[in-house]
Every structure is written in C-alpha cells, then in structure tokens.
Ligand binder design. Structure first.
Ligand code: FE2
Length: 311
C-alpha cells in the first residue's frame, strides 16, 4: 500500500495578525475600514506557489475594503511576473502598492507593469485618494528608500493633509518623516522579521548588527502620546535567498488593520535603538546597489540588441 505524508495546508503556515488603526484615523473616519497588508512576496523559486495562493486566499477571506502591498514582489529575476499577475490579480477589491529594493534591482518598469496588469495602482512618491464605503482614504506611497528612490518631500507635496491618510513604504525608517505631515500610520516590510526569531536572534541580527531601527511588529504610538505616529513592519510572505522561517514571529503573515476602530492597548513596542550603519557599511551598500544597477543595464542593453538582431 502506498504511503503518502499528509500535505500541510499552506494557509496554516501563515499568521493572520489584526490591529486597530490610530487615534487620529479613528477621529477622521465615520465607520471602520479594513485594510489588508501584504509584503515581500518575492515571487521566485524560493517561495512556493502554494504559499502565494494561500496568502491571496486568506486576504480574500478577510473581505478587506482595500489591499496594500509594500514591495519586493520578485527575488532576483523577472521570470515569475506571470504568476505575480495571476496571484495578485486574484485578490478582490482595490489594490495599491509601492516598490521595494528587489523590484528596482530586477527591473522596476517590468514589475510595475505586472502589478498594473493585476489591477494594482503603483505609487512612486505620490498620494492618491480612494473612496471606500463612502469615505475618503488617502494613500501616501514612497518609492524604495534602500535603493535611493524614496522622495518624501515629493510624496508629501501631492497629499491633502486634511484627509485620513495611510502611508506605504518598503523601508520602515521612512515613517518618522511621514508622521509629522499627518500620516499617523505607515505600513512597511523589508526585514522578513529576520526569518529566525528564536531567542530574539532577529533583534540582534537586524537591530544590532544591521542597524535597523524597526525589526518586526508595531512601533511608535497610535494614541499620539509618545510619538507622532505608528509604523508596522510585517514579516512578509516570501524570501529571496533562503525560505527557512523559524519562530512564531517569523511566520509568513497577512496583517489586517481596522482603521477607525479604537486601538487595542498594550501592543506598541519600543523602537529598537539600533545604530547607524558605519560609513564603511553604507559605502558597501551603495556599491552593491550600483553594481546591481550596472548589471541590470547591461542585461537590458543585451536584450534590446537581441531584439534588434531578430528584427
Ligand atoms: Fe524582501
């Protein structure tokens, strides 16, 4: 008799985390709005198709008024853009996104087109207003700060400070600059929560060694008492290098925000002090970004030469 191992339901691997909005949003909205947040899907060979579909299914089950995506849709190549369009296109309702560092490294234009084919509005340092349940919600989307594409001033210049606003930024550290402009809640990703969170390893690796101020979870304050706003760093769905995730906080996640409801108590986390990366580290990071940009340009040139030769 053939023996087959029971196949685990990929939906059970994903944590669905729920949060209230901020006090300013509560004051500005007449009725609650549900926003689903997905990030770091990294469509590619490291992250299984099943996990991608499970995340989309869990999002649809929550019946959000809006779904927001905060970058890193690809890993290292553009080979999975078809799947990206298919999976994200299956998420019902309006969808708004910003790009991440991997999207810029692999090809921002192509990733943006794939997202648009999936019915997603991609914000690049700009604001847009959605009418949801008869109420306006403004989305302020920053382009990726890690690769130097974020322009907070430009994004803020396009926003209406009188509207209830939600900020989107792949890199959480940009949130501080949005709070002061009236964006009291910012959603972000990038860290994957460190992927190994046992024994606080993620806080050590990302907080102390890599110098990230925000590692995973909710930071700042939603009541306007200790800080001007809050930022949420999601663990994301996928990975670009290795898929291993160990620890409850490392689980892939779909986060749900009930904007306009009163904030739960006790979930804020003090920002990890971290430390500014050394000049050498910053220089290495800039060199790596330039190297990847040169490689991408080289590949694009080769592709256009091939197209010309074929013509
Ligand atoms: Fe990522």
């Amino acid at each position: 008799m053939a023996f087959t191992l029971p196949k685990s339901d990929p939906k059970q691997r994903i944590a669905v985390r729920r949060f209230a909005g901020t006090r300013p949003l509560q004051a500005q909205l007449d009725a609650p709005l549900t926003v689903a947040h997905l990030t770091d899907q990294h469509f590619g060979r490291v992250t299984s198709d099943e996990l991608q579909w499970a995340a989309a299914e869990l999002t649809n089950e929550a019946q959000p008024d809006l779904t927001v995506l905060t970058g890193d849709y690809v890993a290292h190549s553009l080979d999975y853009l078809g799947l990206l369009t298919e999976v994200i296109g299956a998420i019902r309702g309006p969808k708004v996104a910003v790009l991440g560092n991997h999207d810029h490294w692999a090809g921002a234009r192509q990733v943006r087109c794939a997202l648009e084919r999936a019915g997603v509005q991609v914000l690049m340092n700009e604001a847009t207003v959605y009418s949801l349940r008869g109420q306006s919600l403004q989305l302020v989307g920053l382009d990726d700060a890690y690769t130097g594409h974020a322009d907070t001033g430009r994004a803020l210049a396009t926003m209406d400070p009188s509207l209830p606003s939600l900020g989107l930024s792949h890199i959480a550290e940009e949130a501080d600059r949005l709070w002061g402009a009236g964006v009291s809640l910012v959603l972000s990703g990038h860290t994957h929560s460190g992927q190994i969170t046992v024994g606080g390893l993620h806080r050590f690796m990302l907080g102390k060694l890599a110098g990230h101020r925000y590692v995973h979870g909710l930071y700042g304050c939603r009541h306007g008492e200790r800080a001007e706003g809050a930022v949420y760093v999601s663990a994301g769905i996928g990975a670009s290098v290795f898929g291993l995730r160990v620890g409850e906080r490392a689980r892939p996640e779909v986060a749900l925000f009930e904007l306009g409801t009163s904030a739960e108590q006790g979930l804020e986390q003090a920002p990890h002090p971290g430390r500014r990366p050394s000049d050498r580290k910053e220089q290495q990071r800039e060199e790596a970004v330039a190297r990847k940009r040169r490689r991408r340009d080289r590949l694009a040139r080769r592709a256009s030469l091939l197209t010309l030769a074929e013509d």
